[in-house]
Ligand binder design. Structure first.
Ligand code: BGC
Length: 779
């Protein structure tokens, strides 16, 4: 298979394992008591380096002489396991002693075989029904131990675990070997070095409030919605137990409300061994929560509790602060939603029975994600899953890794091919190119990109796509998912599926032409370029009236059409006027869903309608970004109205309080308000495009981003209408201050300057740029 060859070849040279994949004979299958494999081994002599290479079907945690190996969580990670399985490499020399040593590998069901997907269509044993481990210990390059038929196995204190299930642990059980192992038939060429950073624990969070509910169960508020688990220290008699339930929100009486977890049990239970203070945190699961509820049965006391957030992106690489506290909190909430949902793959949410790598969510957020954390390896790995899931007809899956590819759901068609979602295959590689100068990913993704475009061309009616509304049928689209429509007595117009799909048809085709140009595929670039022109002409003929009004006349259509150059030049001014009227007649509240939102404020700002952008952004009513922050959100909600002004929960079962998609507004804060963008001509921040749009209501703003070359900083303050803009560019980078008719009397580092058409170059280091701002009315 072409994609397979590419993805394996593109990963760093993979180790050829001579060990076997072994499975504990005592394993009773999915959802039963967990088991381990173990072996004793002798290390003779002294070695400079002893390494453990290890992977598993399911999840593993390894121990050498009773000590945990490494700090990585949920290893070997999550990939399309039929395409690749990651292995990890650890130094274990310091854990060994002369003579006999023991290695134990604990195994859990994990993504490999615990429930995937929601209750109506759950899939168990998705990638196989046998868990197993494969491992080799190498001393100075020589294999001294490997998994094989001579290993032993036994049962663990983990009585049951699952990604959605949680974990049940009986500390009275000490692991003891009871059985042998079985060698599984396993294709070792699937093994690749871990392609992204491993999931790690972040700084633990302490309770900010605790109280008892009516049934005397203690509820603890950790003050932050995140993904991870609770670590407890508990003291009590043998056989006493403690159960922990999780929730993102509380009900009206400060009681627990986790209806939105649906069939995800997300519960942890621990039975005490009675051996003094016992500390425990689950190892084969995670939950999305802010609150935990503890129920103790028998004689036991909780000595301490803490929340341990986990993430694949443990370091923050960017931030924005302004004089408005709720804005600062919104940025923090976005960072938290990214952390919580960047666990091996970019998931929609970390709590309910989904936690899937929805492609649409990932593509709308990709740019913001790269500002806030270093996501190059993370997204590259994800793209390999997306490519592995691509259908023979070119359709890209709704989510990746995609359990439905291996287990089609009868009568539900193919879960692939939605515009706005499948376009992640063009958008994400492009973002990686912009942010990291990564052209390898463009080469790697290009065949999948062209097959996606061919798919779109086939399902379209000429260049215009007319999607079906039948779920699972070719051409189905999510459109502008979760777009608010205003008061139900007088709904506002919203973009139609065909307009949204055709817009994305253009976006992806035009991006693909650019990608082809970067990687030197001139013929394809020319072909794609003319296809993009054809879609543009068809779009303009189909969706623009003679007077310059776009069909549906809604914020998403205008924002995307302007952002992507689809508004005919002759209609530019009327278009702007319509766009303004649409925002004003909505009373300055947002009218966009998943795909329209990232484009809305950038489009308005670049069109010189910063006043509207500012108004939409600072609106405190629903729908709006700051509404949820003022209602106490500590991460980004899935819906604009997840909790209504009267406290009512909208659609309690189809709701998430930790969905990063709308956090994509941070892109605007960095690029338009902060005025720094990566340059497509000199990507990876070798050149930074500089074009700040001052929003006076924010008071002051400062932004920073740690790029590969170092730290970029951009801040502005206002005195009257005079703006003081300070900039720091790292060594190896340069800036290009772009001309803007809304700026006059510009000085750079004390000198009056004229900004040429192509922009003014600024070297690395510190700069002070001052100008008079005419962007929006100043008070
Ligand atoms: C997910 C989304 C996703 C959507 C597609 C939802 O269930 O949580 O974020 O993009 O389905 O419609």
């Amino acid at each position: 298979m072409l994609e397979r060859t590419l993805s394996v070849a593109a990963s760093r040279s993979a180790r050829l394992f001579s060990a076997e994949m072994i499975s504990p004979r005592c394993d009773q299958g999915q959802g039963t008591q967990a088991s381990f494999v173990a072996s004793d081994f002798v290390v003779d002599g002294s070695f400079e380096e002893v390494k453990l290479y290890i992977s598993a079907q399911g999840l593993y945690r390894a121990f050498v002489n009773g000590q945990r190996v490494g700090e990585d969580l949920l290893t070997p990670g999550w990939t399309c396991y039929d395409d690749r399985i990651a292995y990890q490499e650890y130094d274990i020399g310091h854990m060994l002693k002369a003579g006999s040593n023991r290695i134990e590998i604990w195994l859990g069901d994990g993504w490999f075989r615990s429930q995937m997907m929601w209750v109506a269509e759950p899939i168990f044993n998705c990638w196989g029904d046998r868990i197993g481990a494969i491992a080799e210990v190498c001393a100075d390059g020589k294999i001294v131990l490997q998994t094989g038929s001579d290993w032993r196995s036994g049962l663990l204190p983990v009585m049951k675990s699952g990604i959605y299930w949680g974990e049940d642990y009986d500390a009275r059980i000490s692991p003891a070997c009871s059985d042998g192992v079985e060698i599984l038939s396993f294709d070792k060429s699937l093994l690749v070095p871990h392609e992204s950073e491993a999931v790690r624990e972040l700084e633990p969070l302490q309770p900010v409030a605790r109280w008892n509910d009516e049934a005397s169960r203690e509820i603890v508020d950790f003050g932050q919605n995140a993904a991870g688990y609770v670590r407890i220290t508990v003291d009590g008699e043998r056989g006493a137990s403690i159960s922990i339930r999780h929730s993102e929100v509380l009900g009206p009486a400060r009681d627990f409300d986790n209806r939105n977890y649906r069939s995800a049990r997300a519960k942890v239970t621990y039975i005490l061994s009675g051996s003094g203070p016992e500390t425990y945190a689950p190892m084969f699961t995670f939950m999305g929560f802010r609150y935990a509820r503890f129920k103790i049965t028998g004689n036991a006391t909780l000595r301490s509790v803490e929340m341990v957030p986990i993430s694949s992106v443990s370091k923050t690489a960017g931030g924005v602060t302004t004089d408005i506290e709720v804005v600062n909190r919104l940025v923090k909430n976005t960072i938290w939603s990214q952390r919580s949902n960047f666990i091996e793959i970019p998931t929609d949410c970390p709590q309910r029975d989904e936690r899937m790598g929805w492609t649409g969510d990932a593509q709308v957020f990709a740019n913001t994600a790269c500002w806030l954390a270093d996501c190059q390896r993370f997204f590259r790995k994800y793209l390999r899953d997306v490519i592995a899931d691509q259908r023979p007809n070119g359709a890209i899956a709704h989510f990746s890794p995609d359990p439905t590819r291996l287990h089609p759901i009868p009568g539900r068609g193919d879960w692939a091919g939605s515009t706005g979602w499948g376009d992640c295959i063009t958008v994400i590689p492009w973002q990686l190119y912009l942010h990291y100068g990564d052209s390898d990913i463009l080469h790697e993704a290009f065949p999948a990109i062209t097959r996606w475009l061919d798919y779109l061309w086939r399902i379209s009616d000429g260049p215009i796509i007319r999607p079906t509304s039948v779920w699972g049928a070719a051409g189905f689209t999510f459109g502008d998912w979760l777009q608010p429509v205003g008061d139900s007595r007088k709904p506002r117009p919203t973009i139609s599926d065909d307009c949204a799909a055709t817009l994305y048809h253009f976006i992806s085709t035009e991006l693909a032409a650019r990608i082809a140009r970067v990687i030197g595929r001139e013929d394809e670039a020319a072909h794609l370029g003319s296809r993009a022109d054809e879609i543009k002409r068809a779009f303009q003929a189909e969706y623009f009236s003679a007077s310059g009004r776009i069909a549906h006349n809604d914020m998403t259509s205008w924002a995307l059409a302007f952002e992507h150059g689809l508004v005919p030049e002759r209609h530019r001014e009327t278009g702007k006027a319509y766009f303004r009227r649409v925002v004003e007649s909505a009373g300055g509240v947002i009218g966009t869903g998943f795909i329209g939102t990232p484009a809305l404020l950038p489009a308005l700002t670049k069109l010189g309608m910063g006043d509207l952008a500012e108004r939409l952004f600072l609106n405190r009513n629903v729908p709006g970004w700051l509404y949820q922050v003022e209602r106490g959100a500590t991460s980004i909600w899935e819906r604009w109205d997840s909790i209504g002004p009267d406290g009512a929960i909208h659609s309690p079962e189809m709701n998430s309080y930790n969905h990063y998609a709308y956090g994509a507004v941070c892109q605007w804060l960095f690029e338009q308000v902060g005025g720094i963008s990566p340059s497509p001509d000199h990507p990876g921040f070798e050149e930074v495009l500089i074009d700040p749009h001052v929003m006076p209501a924010l008071g002051r703003m400062s932004s920073w981003h740690e790029c590969r070359l170092g730290r970029i900083e951009a801040s502005w303050t206002l005195i009257g209408s005079r703006v003081s803009y300070t900039l720091h560019l790292p060594f190896g980078s340069r800036g290009r201050l772009l001309p803007n008719p809304n700026r006059s009397h510009v000085t750079a580092d004390g000198q009056t300057v004229e900004i040429p058409k192509e922009g003014l170059l600024l070297g690395a280091g510190d700069h002070l740029i001052e100008f008079i701002n005419h962007d929006i009315a100043l008070v």
